[in-house]
Design a protein around this ligand. Structure first.
Ligand code: HEM
Length: 468
């Protein structure tokens, strides 16, 4: 370890610390290491040093107090290659990322696409929502109408293609094949299943290119209908990956939160009933809810935030990387270190929440029953790389859930046995905890090819795939 680097378990020469992490649930091992080494500790992922941050104090110091120092992203991973080192989410900290981020925020907020525009798009979509597996379609349609001015019928093949491509890519980017791609550069050009991720992206790119071409023909300069028009007004050139990143980030996240929310509300019917009472009292005969109504619905707001805390759809956030030599809680952290912000440890931190492991909307209510947001609510992360879509996501969650609760009573069917309340990810049975375990595992395996091979050949492959 470099001098004054955060402490951590002794690392083996080639393996680093990978053998100390369980393949099944590394989060538990990380918890064990945090108990032993403190809130800032280091791990060797193969030969690469990484720093893991626990709890509000450490995560806040990195993300907010020293925000810029920790605002990078690790490079050279499969996702960087799929997005051709462009886009926004995995872009390293620098002028190109800054320009796109500034522009995306500005166009989401200012260019006539302010609240009312977004609100209309979301409300239009809520008319088509039924609590069946259509939540992904709704989320995809909302972001696609904001970006491209287009929505699709739920049985439209194009919508199915978009959702399936994003889902398949999320799954494959967290599968053994991604590990192989990242570990063995010489295999990258073989027709192995990871090629499908690139093929999907190519198809999505062609689809988006066609939409951009149509926009160029039909637009009126200075009168933007959607984000593409804003882009054309401002920059002439539309960056495909930027649009695809927003489309991708805006689809799975909100829908997985809504799915988790529906499940919890169906199980905790007393909380559901309290929300419905508040909604009915505030909306009365009003035809549609509006985002402004949230000001009079503290309990609903608190419930939605609590659901988001429990849904914990990004348990380890998106990995960061240090942009220069820096310090954290007294340790020195060199430039280019991979940084894992354990958002779960903040969202469930004992000292921050009265009942971290319970569904308790009062976490977000003060003594007067007013809505308040504790500092440790970091579901969207914090600092320069805080979720870019936070405002949109918050609006979507409120409008969709209030609309659904107004129309339906949700009930968990007793005959189905106890519900599985683990967080959902990717719309299927996998949980995000498992996904992120895999995320860590993949990162771990990235740097250690022979372990990958060992795992692939010795493990029961089906079990592994199932686990993924
Ligand atoms: C409940 C919904 C959502 C949650 C919980 C969520 C959470 C997150 C988190 C934890 C990050 C990583 C921040 C970091 O690196 O520290 C992130 C990044 C990001 N999110 Fe979201 N997100 C949600 C919805 C959305 C939506 C709807 C959009 C679409 C506009 C979006 C766009 C992005 C983008 C572009 C980034 C990367 C920002 C950057 O690297 O500068 N997210 N999100």
């Amino acid at each position: 370890r470099p001098k004054n680097f955060p402490p951590g378990p002794a690392a083996l020469a080639l393996f680093g610390n990978v053998l100390q992490l369980s393949m099944k649930n590394p989060l538990e091992d990380l918890d064990r290491l945090a108990r032993r080494y403190g809130d800032v500790f280091s791990l060797y992922i193969g030969r690469k040093p990484a720093v893991v941050l626990y709890g509000l104090r450490a995560v806040k110091e990195a993300l907010v107090v020293r925000g810029v120092d920790f605002a990078g992203r690790p490079q050279g991973l499969m996702l960087n290659h799929v997005t051709e080192n462009k886009g926004l989410i995995m872009a390293n900290y620098g002028s190109v990322w800054k320009e796109h981020r500034r522009f995306a925020l500005m166009s989401l907020k200012n260019f006539g696409l302010g609240r009312q525009f977004m609100e209309e798009r979301i409300l239009q979509e809520t008319k088509h929502i039924y609590p069946q597996p259509v939540i992904h379609s709704a989320a995809s349609n909302i972001i696609s109408s904001i970006l491209f001015g287009t929505r699709y019928e739920y049985d439209d093949e194009v919508l199915a293609f978009i959702i399936n491509s994003f889902k398949e890519n999320a799954r494959k980017a967290n599968s053994a094949w991604a590990v192989i791609y990242d570990s063995f550069p010489f295999l990258r050009h073989l027709p192995l299943p990871f090629r499908k991720v690139f093929e999907n992206y190519e198809a999505l790119k062609s689809h988006t290119r066609r939409i951009i071409a149509d926009h160029k023909k039909s637009r009126t300069s200075g009168e933007p209908r959607d984000i593409i028009d804003c882009y054309l007004d401002e920059m002439e050139k539309v960056t495909l990956m930027f649009l695809l990143d927003l489309h991708f980030a805006g689809t799975d996240t909100t829908s997985n939160t809504v799915l988790t929310a529906l499940l919890y509300l169906a199980v905790y019917r007393d909380i559901q009933a309290l929300c419905q009472q508040e909604i009915d009292a505030v909306l009365q005969d009003k035809e549609q809810v509006s985002f402004e109504d949230r000001q009079q619905m503290p309990f609903v707001q608190a419930t939605i935030h609590e659901l988001q805390r429990l849904a914990n759809i990004a348990p380890l956030g998106v990995f960061h990387s240090t942009t220069r030599n820096t310090q954290l809680m007294g340790y020195d952290v060199p430039e280019g270190t991979l940084v894992i912000t354990n958002l779960t440890s903040v969202l469930f931190e004992r000292s921050q929440w009265a009942q971290p492991n319970h569904f308790n909307p009062s976490h977000f209510l003060n003594q007067r029953g007013e809505f308040m947001k504790p500092e440790a609510f970091l579901a969207f992360s914090a600092g320069p790389r805080v979720c870019l879509g936070e405002a949109l996501a918050r609006m979507e969650l409120f409008l969709i859930l209030v609309t659904l609760l107004r129309r339906f009573h949700l009930a968990w069917p007793e005959a189905c046995g106890g519900p599985d309340l683990r967080p959902v990810f990717g719309g299927d049975t996998g949980s995000q905890i498992r996904l992120n375990s895999t995320g860590i595992m993949i990162t771990v395996l990235l740097y250690f090819p022979s372990l990958t091979m060992l795992m692939l050949f010795l493990c029961d492959y089906c079990t592994y795939e199932h686990y993924i």
